[in-house]
Write a new protein. Sequence first.
Lengths: 233, 215
Amino acid sequence: MSDTTTPEDQDTALTRLTRDPLSRRRFFVATGGATAVSALLVACGDDGDSTTMTSSDNTSTTAGMGMSNDAIAQFGKGDIGILNYALTLEYIEDAFYSDVIASGLFKGDQLALIKTFGRDEAAHVAALTQTVRKLGAKPAPKPKTKFPLDDAQSVLELAATVENLGAAAYLGQAPRIKSDEVLAAALSIHAVEGRHAAALNTLTDQSFVPDGAFAKPADAKTVLDSVQPFLVG
Amino acid sequence: MGQQHTQTATQPAAPGLEAVEFEPLSRGALIARGALGAAAVYGAVAAGPLVRRAFAQMGGGDVEILNFALTLEYLESAFYEGALDEVDLSGETREFAQTILDDENEHVAALAKTIKSLGGKAVAAPMAKFPYSDEAAFLELAQTLEDTGVSAYDGAAPAIRSKELLATAGSIVQVEARHAARVRLARNEPPAPNAFDPALSQRQVLKAVQPFVAA
């Protein structure tokens, strides 16, 4: 949490969720139909590799979605699986910032910024852990991690990569979430990851909107493959 | 039915706050407001289901939500276009303002096209007026608009029924969040002021943008 957080700010979707853990099943009505979707695909310049623009629920058998599900199945079923997948990513981000802060590579304004990002990730870890528990499931364990922390520039670039990936990961799962409350919480975190990514991109002279006007999602397999090099054992 | 009423009875481009508020207000929108009012009384926990039920009573709730988003995107587009025309911006600010304007215009085009493909009628662009005289004023307003945009999408998204539209709304809200962070960096403000981006109801969003909509 940053220093500007107020009690009102903390009454977020996630805190509401943890007070009201009864998740209502979300009914995805495949309305609007193909025309609307194709209009969006054209408008978004989508090249067809998206796994989120597919049909109605998580038993979908389209290739992209199936792969995404296989990768996420290890974390649990349905929303629990998605939450534990998100928790695992947040654990990695949290550990990354802790290591960066401890590395002594940063001072002043940049260190202050990194600390606020680290606090955000720690808050996400805590909230997701609590949410999984409230839903009656076991939170994913904290993975063991190791990051290449050689110099400030490469660390900032790695941070940007990790945050862009994290934002894409949430975006990839949002349409698969069943509970409105979990969805609201995920969107709330998703926007913060997007903010982190944009700030780090700016600091590393990359575009703050690298995908253009429409951010691209990433499926679970792509994301997990990308973080694999940082996992130990 | 409420949607049908809204679509057919919409006044020809009478921009103003009415245009922002789903002009003329559909029955469903009125019910949604009632629910939001009730939320103020009963608290946020009660708000979710009430609002969702209210939206469910609008024929084509997704079109209403998309038109709400379109109105915000129109405002943002007008905001950056005006600033690039009228305000003396430094090179760096001008550059990212142009990038953001291009994004907002793409959002406008995509939303309008989607509304049409769903059989709805896209709202007209509201007449907007922004009190920016210099770069500092521009940046301060930009931060407010972008932060509000993020919260507006995050607040509306869970009510979206179509999964495909939800994916697109998510794709747009992340870009709004990125805009917000970029503008904040330019002001030496924290790019992510909260660990959880707050969601705003449509009513709260309308209240926030009301000062910029010309009467």
